[in-house]
Design a protein around this ligand. Structure first.
Ligand SMILES: [Zn+2]
Length: 259
């Protein structure tokens, strides 16, 4: 019987062969290798080897070799599980662990089979469909539900749909984005990637030695109406921009531009 290290190496070889297989014959050869590997693997499971870590490593590795995204999609469809997918995250703090497969979004509570769920979790990047959405332009994924108090959206939603902050950097979107917040006292922009000075705005009170920030929150709440009394809205266009989020407060800034 082959030793465990040899098997791990063999598994890596099969993985590479699988990635490289471009035609029917090569794929058949990979399937044959997988079958053979299964036989060895079952033999190892059959005898009692005191190396749990290695066995687990093999199981995980084996799953990633036999995992087939189109079969997974079939499984979801056969079980009437609604889902959507994305190629990439655009949300900070999220990295895809199972490339080249897509990220799948669904209500995973619908899968009652624990073994199946374990298998899915070790092979696919999955998220909850009610907490996530995707950009209508690049189809990257972002959260639409906060996961912490300092979370801020990585997207903008308007009548045309969702635009992620990467797509917003493109001029065509940024213009519409600024227009949306222009002279809008009920909303604030969250996107940091826009150079408002380049667009003719200046931070209100920036001519003084400090940057004035306003607060909306638990301790104090600056009302946009009151703040706006301090500028001549006949003379200036304005927009509010998010600065930071604390546990109980949101700090925001006022930008102005001569009409
Ligand atoms: Zn996008």
């Amino acid at each position: 019987m082959k030793d465990l290290t040899t098997l791990v190496e063999k598994l890596d070889e099969i993985k590479t062969d699988k990635e490289m297989a471009v035609n029917k014959f090569q794929r058949e050869d990979v399937n044959r290798q997988i079958d053979e590997f299964f036989q060895y693997f079952n033999a190892i499971n059959y005898v009692n080897i005191n190396n749990e870590d290695k066995i687990e490593q093999l199981q995980t590795g084996l799953a990633s070799v036999i995992f087939d995204e189109s079969k997974f999609v079939d499984y979801l469809q056969e079980n009437n599980i609604e889902y959507f997918t994305a190629d990439e995250y655009v949300e900070d703090g999220y990295d895809q662990k199972h490339e080249p497969f897509d990220i799948f979004f669904a209500d995973w509570n619908q899968i009652k089979d624990k073994k199946m769920m374990d298998f899915i979790e070790s092979n696919v990047d999955i998220e909850w469909s009610d907490e996530w959405s995707t950009c209508d332009y690049c189809h990257k994924a972002f959260r639409v539900q906060p996961d912490s108090w300092h979370w801020k959206p990585h997207y903008w939603i308007n009548e045309d749909g969702y635009t992620c902050f990467e797509c917003l950097e493109k001029d065509i979107h940024i213009h519409a984005y600024i227009q949306h917040y222009l002279n809008n006292k009920d909303d604030m922009m969250f996107f940091d990637g826009v150079d408002l000075e380049k667009h003719g705005f200046k931070l209100f009170n920036n001519e003084n030695s400090y940057n004035e920030r306003f607060i909306s929150g638990f301790e104090r709440s600056d009302k946009p109406e009151d703040i706006l009394k301090r500028i001549d809205t006949d003379k200036y266009d304005f927009l509010f921009k998010h600065y930071s989020s604390g546990q109980f407060n949101v700090h925001y800034e006022l930008y102005i531009k001569e009409k």
